[in-house]
Design a protein around this ligand. Structure first.
Ligand SMILES: [Zn+2]
Length: 261
């Protein structure tokens, strides 16, 4: 059973489902170039989650984790049925975000949902190029009838829009959900850890295009700060919800668990 965190934000209700065991890294080993000694040896903890959001009109999953059964059990524990999900937004194609889209039987986990995916990522999947450690043919065949290809700026449902967030992986998308005030902004893996909020411009060699990923980080942080958004990030320490503040001009992560009753 995954750990589930309930939250509320300006008329939205949501769940963050913890789908991976935490990973531990040394900050200096993830970032290119020198860091102050106090930072370089710092141990950081990364979690892994996917997210469910209930808007006034739609039930939305953002990614599906590594295991369909695990995600389904987490939803069921909160009285939710995967059959009732209307929309699944795929932030990118890494297996810890997409394997849970398909059950071990080969059936889709969310059979009544449109699956929103960047058109470049879907084209790569269909060509067999970008689907590491995922059974490609079965995966593409199962999802094909339920796919809606998009690019940044498209809004696949009322108030739910995707934002191009390139650099980390091919076709990476962020998701912004409107409210009557500040939006909810899920950044996927465009921000991997709170340390990279403060160090937004530094290159992370493990990303597909580290320079482009750094530019995307800065753009998303600015967007979040300007709009006062509630930010969700897949690998921030669980539950990975917070806001971006800009004291003195730099970006600072401010956790906001926003527990619902
Ligand atoms: Zn990831």
């Amino acid at each position: 059973m995954p750990q589930v965190h309930r939250f509320e934000w300006r008329g939205l209700t949501g769940l963050v489902l913890r789908v991976l065991d935490d990973e531990h890294h040394i900050l200096g080993e993830l970032i290119e170039g020198p860091l102050p000694a106090s930072e370089a040896g710092r141990a950081i903890r990364m979690s892994g989650s996917c997210c469910f959001v209930q808007t006034p009109n739609e039930r939305v999953m953002i990614d599906a984790g590594l295991d369909a059964d695990l995600v389904s059990r987490g939803l069921a524990a909160e009285g939710l049925d995967p059959d009732h999900v209307d929309l699944v937004v795929v932030t990118h194609g890494d297996q810890d975000h997409v394997r849970g889209l398909i059950r071990a039987s080969g059936e889709v986990t969310f059979p009544n949902a449109w699956h929103v995916i960047h058109e470049d990522l879907w084209a790569a999947w269909v060509d067999g190029r970008e689907l590491p450690r995922v059974p490609k043919e079965r995966f593409v065949a199962a999802l094909s009838p339920r796919i809606r290809c998009v690019h940044g700026g498209r809004c696949p449902a009322h108030g739910i829009c995707v934002v191009d967030a390139p650099g980390h992986r091919l076709g990476h998308l962020a998701v912004e959900i409107a409210t009557d005030g500040a939006p909810f902004l899920h950044v996927g893996d465009a921000l991997l850890h709170p340390a990279f909020v403060r160090l937004a411009d530094r290159r992370i060699p493990g990303e597909d295009d580290p320079g482009l990923a750094a530019a995307t980080r800065r753009a998303l942080l600015q967007r979040a700060a300007t709009r006062g958004a509630l930010v969700a990030a897949s690998h921030f320490p669980f539950p990975g919800l917070g806001q971006i503040e800009t004291p003195g001009g730099g970006f600072v992560w401010s956790p906001r668990p926003l527990l619902a009753d």
